[in-house]
Unconditional design. Structure first.
Length: 384
């Protein structure tokens, strides 16, 4: 019996990471210093976006992103049920409604067709935006979603928390990185330790719109600015121009983020090697997430589907393999059930997916030997 636990996801903190954090702790700035700007610039470059705004977590990033896109009380957005609750909650923070459209049964992503059907079932202007999620690390085809959004005058906020480093090749043969801001109006990433880049807590909002960028900066820091003021009484003077928050990240977290970001490209390659080994072992035996041609899955997760999901979950846990379930459909959470926005929409594909899904261990430091053990125990339980 192994005594080491194998979690579904795990951060890696190197000596170099620790060194840069200590250096920053000894510097003049613990927060609001130069590391934040450096992290933003390097992150924006890594995903090909024009602007990036670092925040204290992705949930805060989603909140100020919907505000910067103009979402208001009583407005409506469309999102997917198969995501972490925060993708939907951000709209609720401003009093907007969240309507759900079903997923594609093979990619597990928000279905373009179901989104279109939901939009067309309502009068013009009913919805304001779409919040698709690059679930498990698989990029949403934002080129297609952009066409749909343009036809109905909607914005797109890409929840890219699972997908730094993921991309797809569009119809013009251009490589489109998740969060690059070409087809979506803004995107959000998370630096929670289970995600690709660990800052403890942290997040990033990216956009190519200068207007959205400026609003994000204001909202991140109380709505207070020293720029573009209506009056100026001296060097100390500032204006609070809108009602904002303190959603800032610290400099030592940003220093950790810079160090981790430098390893992400390599991490995504390793995640894909791990996924290739799973697929080779499961092909023809166990269903897993489909990878469309010309897409690179950044693989925050590796999800399989099995009929006796609870049985497999318990069996793996008995063997100290801490597989996890992603996710309980958001519309099934008590808070959303009680609100019950679009209860007549068919979300059966999301519910069927949830009854079968289980995420196997996926992180760059997962050893081949550990992965073999996971594969062996999974196939052993399924008896295939
Ligand atoms: C993790 C996650 C979030 C929230 O990230 P935090 O940084 O923990 O706030 C939002 N959306 C998705 C899809 C996530 O996986």
């Amino acid at each position: 019996m192994r005594n080491k636990v194998i979690p579904y996801g795990r951060q890696e903190v190197t000596d170099e990471d620790i060194k840069v954090v200590i250096e920053t702790l000894k510097s003049d700035f613990l927060t609001q210093g130069p590391k934040i700007k450096e992290f933003e610039e390097k992150f924006a470059k890594s995903v090909d976006a024009r602007y990036a705004v670092a925040v204290n977590n992705a949930t805060a990033g989603l909140h100020i992103a919907v505000m910067a896109l103009g979402l208001k009380e009583g407005d409506r957005v469309i999102s997917t049920p198969i995501t972490f609750a925060a993708s939907a909650n951000c709209a609720r923070f401003v009093g907007a409604e969240v309507w759900f459209a079903d997923i594609d049964r093979d990619t597990y992503l928000l279905s373009l067709e179901k989104t279109r059907e939901l939009i067309l079932s309502k009068p013009k202007g009913f919805f304001k935006g779409i919040i698709p999620v690059d679930f498990a690390g698989l990029p949403v085809n934002l080129e297609d979603f952009r066409k749909l959004a343009n036809e109905h005058d909607l914005w797109i906020l890409e929840d890219a928390c699972h997908a730094p480093g993921g991309y797809f090749i569009d119809s013009k043969e251009q490589k489109q990185f998740c969060g690059n801001g070409v087809y979506a109006d803004a995107a959000v990433f998370s630096f929670h330790p289970v995600k690709h880049i660990a800052c403890g807590e942290g997040g990033m909002v990216t956009t190519n719109s200068e207007e959205v960028y400026k609003k994000l900066l204001l909202l991140r820091s109380h709505g207070i600015t020293k720029e573009n003021m209506s009056e100026n009484h001296g060097g100390w003077f500032y204006e609070m121009q809108t009602l904002g928050f303190n959603y800032r990240i610290t400099d030592f977290q940003a220093a950790l983020g810079i160090s981790q970001l430098a390893r992400n490209e390599r991490g995504v390659i390793i995640r894909n090697e791990i996924s290739d080994r799973y697929k080779k072992a499961f092909l023809g035996k166990v269903k897993f997430q489909t990878l469309p041609e010309n897409f690179l899955n950044a693989h925050h997760l590796f999800v399989i589907e099995v009929n006796d999901r609870k049985g497999l979950y318990d069996y793996l846990h008995e063997n100290k393999i801490y597989a996890q379930i992603h996710y309980i459909p958001v519309h099934k959470l008590p808070y959303y059930k009680e609100i019950g926005y679009n209860t007549d929409t068919d979300l059966s594909k999301s519910e069927d997916y949830y009854s079968k899904c289980i995420s196997l261990p996926m992180y760059p430091t997962l050893s081949a030997e550990e992965q073999d053990f996971v594969i062996m125990k999974t196939l052993e339980f399924l008896n295939v």
